[in-house]
Design a protein around this ligand. Structure first.
Ligand code: JBK
Length: 249
């Protein structure tokens, strides 16, 4: 997979040089490129924004600068023809909610272009133009709070997507059991040594060596947590996959 990120703060994305995403880049599983939007400006002040039509506070990011940047990184307008396969992601508080299901869908793409807005946002014609000319455009929100720009959201989305790529996470089975994973539940509580800490003991079943009982306990705890903390997730559960014991939780 190739991911191009365009931002006025490229250093913000340096965290993607670390850990699993960094290793995926080094191994070639992920071709991640970070670009400075100002490289597509044409004036000596390298201007990327202007005042909003209709008035109001703040500044809006110019469509012409973004257009040149997105065309370049997505291969549109080049000799090799438009890379219609590039999926344009626009992190925005007004977007559709980014979830694990969104990450799974995006992990199937060959090429993502992430446009990180700042100020009051990117001129709305950018999304409109690329939708109208055959590019898949997703305006996505990581949550209902105010950030200073799209870079933090880009980090979240890219990590959530990259870790789903084959070969990135050591034990693919863990992708099933983790919160919001394929099981559709929150993760069960985890414990390690020492067996007693600050007068708190590890649940006996986890020390029993009885794998069927351990598995059942973990599933019960995952279900219990989900029912208590995220009743909204319970509604989406495949209840057909639950047995009478599960429903006693
Ligand atoms: N919430 C927010 C924002 O305030 C600015 C850019 C992106 C997001 N978001 O993706 O959630």
């Amino acid at each position: 997979m190739r991911i191009d990120v365009v931002t006025i703060f490229p250093d913000y994305l340096s965290a993607l040089d670390l850990s699993l995403v960094g290793k995926a880049r080094a191994s070639g599983i992920l071709d991640l490129r970070v670009h400075d939007l100002r490289d597509w400006t044409t004036d000596r002040h390298r201007t990327v924004d202007d005042t909003p039509f209709g008035g109001g506070a703040g500044m809006v990011m110019r469509p012409d600068v973004w257009g040149r940047a997105i065309d370049d990184v997505s291969g549109r307008g080049s000799e090799r023809g438009a890379d219609q396969g590039a999926h344009l992601l626009l992190p925005t508080p007004s977007g559709d909610t980014f979830t694990q299901r969104t990450a799974e869908r995006l992990a199937e793409a060959d090429h993502l272009v992430v446009a990180c807005g700042r100020y009051e946002g990117i001129d709305a014609r950018v999304a409109e133009h690329y939708r109208a000319t055959g590019t898949t455009v997703s305006e996505l929100s990581i949550g209902d709070y105010v950030l200073n720009g799209g870079e933090v959201a880009a980090l979240v989305m890219i990590e959530a997507v990259a870790r789903l790529l084959p070969g990135v996470v050591g034990n693919p089975h863990s992708l099933v059991e983790e919160s919001h994973g394929a099981a559709g539940l929150l993760e069960y509580p985890v414990y390690t040594k020492p067996p007693t800490w600050a007068e708190h003991d590890v649940p006996d079943v986890l020390l029993s060596g009885h794998h069927a009982r351990i598995e059942r306990w973990r599933r019960d705890e995952a279900l219990r947590r989900t029912v208590v903390r995220r009743p909204d997730m319970v509604e989406a559960l495949d209840v057909a996959g639950l047995d009478a014991h599960d429903l006693q939780v």
